[in-house]
Every structure is written in C-alpha cells, then in structure tokens.
Design a protein around this ligand. Sequence first.
Ligand code: C5P
Length: 233
Amino acid sequence: MNRDVIIACDFASQEELFEFLAKFDDVHPKPFLKVGMELFYAAGPQIVKEIKARGHKIFLDLKLHDIPQTVKKTMRVLSELDVDLTNLHCAGGIEMMRAALAGLTRADGTRPLLIGVTQLTSTSQETLEQELLIARPIAEVVREYASNAQKAGLDGVVCSPLEAATVHADLGAKFLTVTPGIRFPDAAADDQHRVTTPAQAHDLGADFIVVGRPITQAADPVAAYKRCVTEFC
Ligand code: C5P
C-alpha cells in the first residue's frame, strides 16, 4: 500500500463526523479515515458501513486485547465490516495475534491489514517499571513487541515516526509503520509528547501518518489535509 495520510476522526457523534466530512465533498480521492473507540461505541458498526459507502478507506482503531478465542471471533465480525486496516495490542501475545489474523481472514483468503500497538505513547518509562513491572527500556520493549507482531504474521505496528526507521531496519521496509504524533512546525503539540512534522515523518520512512487535531480543529480542514498530503506523500 502507498504512503498515505489518515485523518483521525475523534468525534463524539455521527452528526459531528458528517458535518466534518461535508467539507471534503470536492476532495478526490476521498481521505483515508481512522474511526476510533469513541465514535464506534457512540454510533455503532453502521457508521463504518456508511463511511465506506461514501468512498473512504477506513482504519478501525479498536485496539483489541483479550483471550485468543475472543479476539479471533471479534476480528471475524470486524472483517465483515470491510475495513481496510485494524489493530490490536501486541501485549496480548503471539498466540492472540495469530488468532486475530485467523479471525480476520475471509473465506476467499482476503483480509484487512492488521497492525499492532506496541506501547501506548502515553506509557512512560516510570509506568512501565513501577506499574507494569517491566524493567526494560521502553525502546527495547517496542522493538521486541514489534518483532513478536511480525512473527505472528501481522503487517506492521503503530509507532512514533521517531521509531519508524528502527522498526524498518529491524523488520524490513515492507513491515508497515503507522504513526500518530504529527504536528505542523508552527503549531502546538497539545497532549502529544514526541511530535514530528509530516515532512519529518516522510524522511523517517513512516508508511502512514495519523493526523487528528491539526486537521479536525483547523480553521480550514481541507487545506490542512492537503498540506499534510503535499508534505508527507
Ligand atoms: O489529534 P492527534 O493528531 O493528536 O490524534 C492522534 C490520533 O492517534 C488519536 O486518535 C490518538 O488516539 C491516536 N494515537 C496516538 N498515539 C498512539 C496511538 C494512537 O496519538 N500511540
């Protein structure tokens, strides 16, 4: 799949989402959209079908983490929604990741891409050591979890653009890196700690950037989206 910009549609209702999407009526091809837990739980699976019918690709960001059998059956349900990309927590282990892939794969052998969350960017070294009892540098944990994801057959990981080069060096150029934490050089970082610009993410080798507020909260979202595409793709 080619390098692309994914807009994080972190809206609380489908009304807010459709009001936002109306601004993109004249944009072709339609932007790749990320639907996360907030919107999915508020609006239900139907929202995914409606967005898909409007011609958008969808990254369904539900970050599954449960026993292998439950994840397998849930992935089977998500696969029927015909999303393009979905994810899980690598912390669930290799057996869970393999079960997820099996559930996601349709009878005809096709399936959405599947990526793993290694460590959330909100997890600090201190949390890792004091609460999760993992006494290893977070960068090492990210590399190990990414390696586990590849062993299980996943297509890539969610990571910071700053980690994208390491992931590709360790696991190959084809192993996808999907990277949030993107800000324009002239903007606030909000609650993101380690941010890069779309151009830096390109130079670091990220395959996809996930961009939320710099587009959704912009005075002109379409112009902000097009700027991301120009600078990243
Ligand atoms: O608004 P902003 O550009 O910060 O949005 C980034 C999106 O990426 C949000 O939907 C956030 O939940 C998601 N994300 C993230 N960091 C991760 C994983 C997902 O920011 N490690």
